[in-house]
Design a protein around this ligand. Structure first.
Ligand code: HEC
Length: 166
């Protein structure tokens, strides 16, 4: 009689524990459900013969193309002033107001943003500089998607006017 009483007291919690454990280990979990991570989703390829109706004139030039490009914006004070404003929009927080690579956001970067006054950068051709500033290392998200075409050449003009570090 006593044994039966002990059994009746102990059995339900024991059973409950076993059931709970089973559900915990084998039971329905999130993994069972279908889920797509947006950043891992591979878009289906367009059908063969598809032609894009929106060509991308705003893409940065390729390496070969860049070598031949010359800045169409003349080196006027107006263009440089415009470039300075655009620099404030897109670049200064990383490359710093003077181009030294010491902007408030840039300070946390590894590698640090380039010092835009270096001879290495002055040695770039116009197109190469344009390409470097739109697609270069450290420029995520790629600036070709951020800087509109009309702002680009004045920016290059402005970069040219930065001078060299003291
Ligand atoms: C999010 C921060 C960030 C922003 C915004 C940014 N840059 Fe940079 N930039 C970097 C980093 C980081 C590097 C890489 C430095 C290195 O590789 O040593 C770099 C490198 C460069 C270089 C040198 C590329 C080379 O080939 O050496 C140029 C030129 C440049 N940036 C221009 C610009 C211009 C112009 C803008 C604005 C349109 C801009 N950057 C905006 C972070 C930034």
């Amino acid at each position: 009689m006593k044994k039966l009483a002990v059994f009746m007291v102990l059995a339900p919690p024991l059973l409950g524990t076993v059931l709970f454990g089973y559900i915990l280990v084998r039971g329905p979990r999130m993994t069972v459900q279908h889920h797509v991570r947006e950043f891992q989703m591979v878009l289906p390829a367009p059908a063969p013969g598809t032609v894009s109706v929106t060509p991308r004139p705003d893409r940065a030039p390729g390496e070969a193309e860049a070598a031949a490009l010359v800045n169409p914006v003349p080196a006027t004070p107006v263009a440089i002033t415009q470039g300075r404003v655009y620099y404030g929009y897109y670049c200064a927080f990383c490359h710093g107001d003077t181009g030294a690579g010491d902007g408030p956001v840039g300070n946390s970067y590894v590698p640090r943003p380039a010092d835009l006054r270096l001879p290495r950068i002055a040695a770039y051709g116009d197109g190469q500089l344009l390409r470097a500033m739109l697609t270069g290392t450290g420029h995520e998200p790629v600036l070709e998607r951020v800087v509109p075409p009309g702002h680009r050449w004045p920016l290059v003009r402005f970069l040219r006017s930065l001078g060299s570090p003291r």
